[in-house]
Design a protein around this ligand. Structure first.
Ligand SMILES: Nc1ncnc2c1ncn2[C@@H]1O[C@H](COP(=O)(O)OP(=O)(O)O)[C@@H](O)[C@H]1O
Ligand SMILES: [Mg+2]
Length: 244
């Protein structure tokens, strides 16, 4: 079971859009995928037409007592299950605080053989939850909007991981890109040397991505031929290759 997180200290950079689309691409490629919505804003849960409610609460999951079949939902997409957003992150933080670093991976032990890939959609924060994410995943997928500020938050993340000796791989990728803008082109061009693990696929800024909120579905299900949908397919293929 591989585990990846869509993570950034910054909000509004496309974590959720990417989590939903990459999960759908992975499922379409035959992977058994679990998407875990860790953001109390529950956008992923909304996109996948589920309700952000977990019977018995996530506390029972964290303590290893809950039956997973009660909390995991099947979605309308074949091969894609969802663990909905259920707790405010403060509560989840609190629950994780005095447990093992990689508690998120441990929580998933009962379903380890049921999934090939677990994708985490994270809230934009540095917290106990994020430290548990860092200790649990194979890599962080970090969306970068090609602006100076966004690149700076990537550097802050790297400093945070370095200072604490957290051996977590960071795989940045560019999203919301506008190739007509010089600053975007320059920022993108400057990335490879500083970020050797950068994924080379760029996700364009496209209004069809915003439509996901109306359609409540991943791009491949309502606009599969658009450049953004193709970019997510290519991004997933790049990620799958790295995981192989
Ligand atoms: N590639 C894109 N092109 C256009 N709009 C996008 C793109 N990716 C995300 N968005 C929009 O930007 C906003 C923030 O995206 P979201 O995925 O929710 O970010 P995050 O999860 O990082 O907060 C949403 O309104 C979303 O529809
Ligand atoms: Mg989000």
């Amino acid at each position: 079971m591989r585990m990846l997180a869509l993570y950034s200290i910054k909000g509004g950079v496309g974590k959720t859009a990417s989590a939903v689309n990459l999960a759908a691409e992975a499922a379409a490629a035959g992977w058994r995928v679990l998407l875990w919505d860790l953001d109390p804003q529950a956008a992923t849960t909304f996109y996948l037409r589920a309700k952000p409610k977990v019977r018995g609460g996530v506390a029972r999951l964290v303590k290893g007592k809950a039956a997973f079949d009660k909390v995991i939902r099947a979605t309308e997409i074949e091969g894609l299950d969802l663990l909905p957003a259920a707790l405010a992150s403060r509560e989840l933080d609190h629950l994780l605080a005095d447990r093992h670093d990689n508690q998120l991976r441990r929580i998933l032990k009962p379903v380890r053989d049921d999934y090939d890939l677990v994708l985490l959609d994270c809230p934009p924060s540095l917290s106990t939850l994020s430290e548990s994410v860092f200790a649990s995943v194979d890599a962080l997928l970090v969306p970068i909007v090609p602006t100076v500020l966004s690149v700076r938050t990537l550097e802050q993340l790297r400093d945070f991981l370095d200072e604490r000796d957290i051996p977590c791989q960071v795989w940045p990728f560019v999203t919301l890109a506008d190739r007509r803008r010089t600053l975007h082109r320059e920022t993108i061009a400057a990335l490879p040397e500083r970020w050797p693990l950068r994924l080379s696929t760029t996700i364009p800024g496209a209004s069809v991505v915003e439509r996901m909120g109306l359609e409540r579905a991943p791009l491949r299900h309502f606009a599969p031929a658009t450049p953004a949908a193709r970019a997510y397919r290519a991004l997933w293929e790049e990620i799958a290759q790295r995981l192989a």
